[in-house]
Design a protein around this ligand. Structure first.
Ligand code: ADP
Ligand code: MG
Length: 338
């Protein structure tokens, strides 16, 4: 008889990790998102060897109560949603309760965490097994270190690209997190080199300047617009400040960085014939909408979304970008022809 058995927890977590933890940058993304959800105003990320040796994230957020620390590492355990209805109006970056158990199943994790006014907790998890747990004297917030990523999944380790590539993906991810949360002060350090530092003063243009340089930031045009369902705002470059890749377009929906081809295209269309073939603008587009209009529960990494009224939104984006560029007397053709 062929037996059908439930997989042991650690194995199930490792299977989930295959989707959530693709590379070091995925760890950075998930942990920084947790710090953001915990209302941190300062988030410092220190990575060694492009995150493969270690990734340390220190935040000054809410912390986790000692009694809850073990739960945080359980699969599908979350403090962010409780009912079915919550799933349709997600206002946090996390909600799947998968990141910590997934990461801990393919790495060595230590966490020090404390809520205000209480003594803190320390936990160490190796490849999904809790190896140490004790109380600790921590200040409010959470410090989490992920070492030896993929030490027990050699196939995944082999798939990881060069340190340089992995570091640039981490850096890209941090840039987007910083642009989507301008009131948080972020830093990213690789070895002894500071890669990014933002002030957290709420000025998007200053964050852009920390990322793309003062000169580029000065050459960007501020835009905003809205219709009944959507509010959009951000910065986009003059047509002369373009780049060879689409990766300089960042789209943020309710503070979440998303990948969406239609919205990308809408931005480019707004430029009409002003962009040369193969050239793309540098754009940061913030979209605010009722969470009911967006389904983020499409993929474990939560970067793909399904939008209701997508065509209404693309029209709005195209029009707002077009009108902003036209203000600089740059576009002769009519909006209807784009
Ligand atoms: P999710 O973010 O989807 O809830 P995670 O596995 O990422 O799932 O985290 C599990 C839980 O651990 C979170 O719901 C949260 O309560 C807690 N947590 C994780 N990281 C932090 C942090 N940096 N600060 C405070 N709480 C945290
Ligand atoms: Mg999370």
């Amino acid at each position: 008889m062929t037996k059908i058995i439930e997989l042991p927890t650690i194995l199930a977590d490792q299977i989930a990790a295959g989707e959530v933890v693709e590379r070091p940058a995925s760890v950075v993304k998930e942990l920084v998102e947790n710090a953001i959800d915990a209302h941190a105003t300062q988030i410092d990320v220190v990575v060694e060897e492009a995150g493969l040796k270690s990734i340390k994230i220190i935040d000054n957020g809410d912390g986790i109560e000692s009694s809850q620390v073990e739960n945080a590492f359980k699969r599908h355990a979350t403090s962010k949603i409780t009912t079915r209805e919550d799933l349709f109006k997600i206002s946090t970056l996390g909600f799947r309760g998968e990141a910590l158990p997934s990461i801990a199943s393919v790495a060595k994790v230590t966490m020090n965490t404390a809520v205000a006014g209480q003594s803190g907790a320390f936990i160490a998890v190796n490849g999904g097994k809790i190896v140490d747990e004790k109380s600790s004297a921590s200040r409010k917030g959470t410090e989490i270190t992920v070492s030896d990523l993929f030490f027990n999944t050699p196939a995944r380790l082999k798939y990881v690209k060069s340190l340089q590539t992995e570091m640039s993906v981490i850096s890209d991810m941090m840039n987007r997190l910083a642009m989507s949360h301008t009131t948080i002060s972020f830093s990213l350090t690789h070895g002894d080199k500071e890669v990014l530092r933002t002030t957290g003063n709420g000025q998007l243009q200053q964050t852009i300047s920390a990322i793309y340089g003062v000169k580029s930031a000065r050459q960007m045009l501020e835009f905003s617009g809205h219709d009944l369902d959507f509010k959009i705002s951000g910065y986009t470059s003059l047509p002369e400040l373009t780049r060879a890749g689409r990766q300089f377009i960042s789209i943020l929906i309710n503070g979440r960085y998303v990948k969406n081809t239609s919205l990308n295209k809408a931005i480019i269309k707004g430029y009409g014939s002003k962009l040369m073939v193969g050239r793309y603008p540098v754009t940061v587009l913030n979209i605010q909408l009722d969470p009911l209009l967006v389904d983020v529960n499409v993929h474990p990494t939560k970067q793909e979304v399904r939008l209701s009224k997508e065509s209404e939104l693309t029209e709005l984006i195209k029009k707002v970008i077009y009108e902003r560029i036209a203000k600089e007397n740059l576009i002769p053709e009519a909006l209807e022809n784009l």
